[in-house]
Design a protein around this ligand. Structure first.
Ligand SMILES: C[S@@+](CC[C@H](N)C(=O)[O-])C[C@H]1O[C@@H](n2cnc3c(N)ncnc32)[C@H](O)[C@@H]1O
Length: 238
């Protein structure tokens, strides 16, 4: 893929601000498959330092609410302003995914890149906390890290070079996610599919100086990537 939008970021900005495998590239691949209609109001849930939120506002021209738990709203606002974004285009919010301060049916689309697996594995989460915020007919588009096939019963040694079994608890295959998501009524599972460019996104992350990336290098350089993927999850509120 050419990543016409993701590659517009200054590479040193990206290296300093991504919090996992290149979220800008993951977002671009996701939105090639599921374009967001113009003039949509979008929640970027678990936006981290807001790389994908900046892209949604600047490159896709959408109205964005950028919500995250670990990164403060002020930190993100300062970054958004560096990109010339205004409060009409993007709103940073410090929020926990179970307590999102928005009206029901407010969003056309909710996007979440490399974050939903932290809270969405609870079967009740979607129906209780997230789906109500989406307009009927609106979309939920997630990218989560996962496995080609669940391997929790027999974790390959190369993975254990960087991660404990507990660290891998939130990674699952498409069938597992289907079971979780199908517990919620009022949502169509449009697709759960493996993304094409997993290792390239990992490589961009491993080249950063982030201490988690440095730790991840051991497993990934030993070939752990062979078991892993990213899943694109597309849901529609009925
Ligand atoms: C691996 S980081 C990814 C951040 C960003 N999307 C990126 O790719 O650079 C996961 C993000 O999910 C957010 N997150 C995890 N649990 C959360 C929760 N319960 N509520 C809101 N955000 C949460 C964290 O704050 C963190 O920024």
């Amino acid at each position: 893929m050419q990543y016409k939008k993701a590659n517009r970021f200054d590479q040193s900005f990206l290296k300093e601000n991504i919090m996992g495998p290149n979220p800008a590239k993951l977002l671009e691949e996701l939105l090639e498959a599921y374009p967001i209609p113009a003039n949509s109001t979008v929640l970027d849930l678990g936006c981290g330092r807001g790389v994908t939120s900046i892209m949604l506002a600047k490159e896709y021209g959408l109205r964005v609410f950028a919500a995250d738990l670990w990164i403060s709203a002020t930190d993100n606002w300062n970054r958004f302003r560096q990109f010339g974004l205004t409060d009409r285009e993007i709103v940073p919010i410090h929020a926990e995914a179970h307590d999102l301060p928005f009206a029901d049916e407010f969003f056309d689309v909710i996007v979440s890149i490399d974050s939903y697996h932290y809270y969405g594995l609870d079967k009740e989460y979607l129906g209780k906390h997230l789906l109500p915020l989406v307009k009927p007919g609106g979309w939920l588009l997630f990218v989560v890290p996962g496995f080609h096939k669940d391997i929790h019963d027999n974790i390959p040694e190369e993975m254990l070079l960087s991660w404990s079994a507990e660290d891998l608890d939130t990674l699952h295959d498409a069938d597992y996610w289907k079971d979780i998501l199908s517990a919620t009524e009022g949502v169509e599972i449009v697709s759960i599919s493996e993304m094409a460019h997993c290792l390239e996104c990992w490589q961009d992350w491993l080249e950063t100086d982030n201490e988690y990336a440095v730790n991840d290098r051991k497993a990934m350089n030993a070939g752990a990537g062979a078991y892993m993927n990213f899943l694109a999850i597309a849901l529609r509120r009925t």
